[in-house]
Ligand binder design. Structure first.
Ligand SMILES: O=C(O)CCC(=O)C(=O)O
Length: 290
């Protein structure tokens, strides 16, 4: 079973489910007003997107990145306070700050078949089970149902051995109304479901991970300074215009965020901040090797 909570849930409750089941649905977390704006911005972007993908990405799926510039109302989802609090509780024991690791539209057209089940942790050579390095969110831009390809998830699989793969029929469909979000951690087996309905299933994937890991999507090329400059300072930092820890990710003038705002160039040229130093001191270093 995929645990389900309402929009008035707490970060502690959501984190509890992420630790136990590895996944959780938060129903109707985004308002109709936000989802209407997203829908209106998505429409022209989807109209100019083809289904020209690989078998893994879906031969009948429309996908695109650059969601933050093509669908500006998605900023509300990327910066959703409950999600950020949950990501923080899950990730901050192992990093001084976390980042947006991936963003993308996954729009399954009728007739799409099921995607191969996989773990997001596979992009890094980390043996499972291991603490979550990524917290994935998949927002429902349309209702998600078992018929239209609601994400297939194998609850509890974040505890499995590295080489243990799901048996046929073990995955459960994510069923949730538009504006809801399913959150799952990187050790969870999941994949897009088959769309046997006569309408598309539209999802917005926003993933967060340790700032010290290489991002899955190259955010600096996707959002070069001229584009990132139009985002809020908080979103700029979240996509990577920030230190990734003390002495990590700096430019000549200190924080890379200074590239985006001339007024900041007179500020500190330090390669860290007191807050980062303090957060770093509180971390338990991760053991690498036996
Ligand atoms: O579209 C979905 O429901 C999940 C897609 C996914 O997990 C992926 O493409 O990696």
């Amino acid at each position: 079973m995929i645990p389900k909570v309402g929009p008035d849930t707490t970060a502690d409750e959501v984190v509890g489910h992420l630790q136990d089941a590895g996944c959780v649905i938060v129903e109707s977390l985004a308002s109709d007003e936000v989802m209407d704006r997203i829908g209106a911005e998505l429409e022209p972007a989807l109209a100019e997107t083809g289904t020209n993908n690989t078998k893994f990405s879906g031969l009948r799926t429309k996908r695109f990145n650059g969601v933050l510039s093509r669908v500006p109302a998605s900023h509300e989802l990327a910066l959703q306070p409950l999600v950020l609090e949950v990501a923080g509780q899950m990730l901050l024991p192992y990093c001084t700050n976390f980042q947006l690791n991936y963003e993308g539209i996954m729009h399954l057209m009728p007739g799409e078949s099921a995607q191969k089940l996989h773990r997001d942790s596979f992009i890094y050579p980390i043996r499972q089970p291991a603490p979550a390095n990524t917290i994935a969110t998949m927002w429902a831009a349309s209702d998600f149902t078992a018929e239209n390809g609601g994400t297939l998830i194998v609850p509890g699989s974040h505890r499995w051995d590295h080489d243990h793969h799901p048996a046929p029929g073990q995955a459960i469909s994510t069923e949730m109304p538009r504006g809801s979000v399913v959150i799952y951690q990187s050790g969870i087996f999941h994949g897009a479901g088959p769309n046997v309905s006569d309408a598309p299933r539209s999802g917005i994937a926003l993933h967060y991970n340790f700032a010290w890991l290489r991002q899955e999507l190259n955010m600096y090329l996707m959002y070069p300074p001229d584009v990132a400059r139009t985002f809020s300072p908080k979103l700029q930092r979240l996509i990577g215009y920030d230190f990734a820890g003390p002495y990590l990710g700096f430019i000549d003038g200190g924080s890379p965020q200074q590239l985006l705002d001339d007024r900041r160039t007179s500020e500190t040229r330090e390669r860290t901040t007191p807050q980062l130093d303090e957060a770093y001191e509180a971390l338990e270093p991760i053991r690498f090797g036996p």
